[in-house]
Design a protein around this ligand. Structure first.
Ligand code: G3P
Ligand code: MG
Length: 243
């Protein structure tokens, strides 16, 4: 059964990467979440997509130049016109603590492609181990050096490289970096690639899948999972499908 992972939480309806969007994704019936993490100036792992706080909050500046205390003063719902209640930028630990109360899968995307965030992988892994969530987390990144480092640090946690253009026989590439999955941009995930990867034991979770026709295709082909802004729409389509 194709799993539905809520991209930045239920971000089609709630402020992205906030506890509100995670809680609403779980309530809606999503199988899991996709979230993004960055590192603050004082070394706290926080859940936010961009290197800068400008797009999603009422603050300005790079996450790496702000302390966790600075970030706590910001409102991560400020730029979301559909949502009026203040929402904090979550500490990664807060999200993990909440995950212990449910059964969601969580794809943690390490946003270390622009700034390397020395030590971030160690911190992320140590927190996952602290909450004993190793078997419910998938670590992904566009930085494939980081994927290899995550495997070296924690071979018990699944990893998956993210990519946006075609890779030749990506299942072989995934195996070569010890990943059990691949996270291609939807355009790089035609059915033949999905099927060959899955036949070779590699899970495929394309992003970001928001159109009905694309969801239908992925359900039809039996893709492992897909990452969507709108888990409610995906579930409606899934439930209407013949069994
Ligand atoms: O992990 C899938 C997707 O989130 C990758 O792109 O920019 O939305 O983090 P982005
Ligand atoms: Mg992401």
């Amino acid at each position: 059964m194709t799993q539905i992972l809520a991209h930045r939480g239920f971000s089609a309806a709630f402020p992205e990467n906030t506890m509100k969007s995670f809680i609403e994704a779980e309530k809606a019936g999503a199988d899991g979440l996709e979230i993004d993490v960055q590192l603050t100036k004082d070394g706290e792992v926080v859940v936010i997509h961009d290197e800068k706080v400008d797009r999603t909050t009422n603050g300005i500046g790079f996450v790496k130049d702000l302390t966790y205390r600075d970030l706590q003063r910001l409102d991560a719902s400020y730029k979301n016109k559909k949502w009026l209640t203040k929402e904090p930028i979550p500490a990664f630990s807060k999200l993990l603590e909440w995950l212990t109360t449910n059964t969601l899968t969580c794809n943690v995307e390490l946003k270390n492609g622009i700034f390397p965030y020395t030590g971030m992988e160690e911190k992320v892994i140590s927190l996952i181990r602290h909450y004993k969530l190793e078997d419910r987390i998938i670590l992904s990144s566009f930085n494939h050096y980081s994927i290899v480092n995550c495997y070296r640090l924690a071979p018990e946690i699944e990893t998956a490289p993210l990519y946006s253009e075609g890779i030749y026989m990506p299942w072989i590439y995934a195996q070569s970096i010890k990943s059990k999955g691949i996270h291609p941009k939807l355009i790089a995930a035609p059915n033949e690639i999905i099927l060959r990867a899955m036949e070779n034991g590699i899970a495929v979770r394309p992003y970001t899948v928001n159109k009905e026709k694309d969801m239908q295709r992925l359900f039809e082909v039996g893709c492992t999972a897909f990452i969507t802004d709108n888990p409610v729409k995906a579930l409606e389509i899934k439930e209407k499908r013949p069994r």
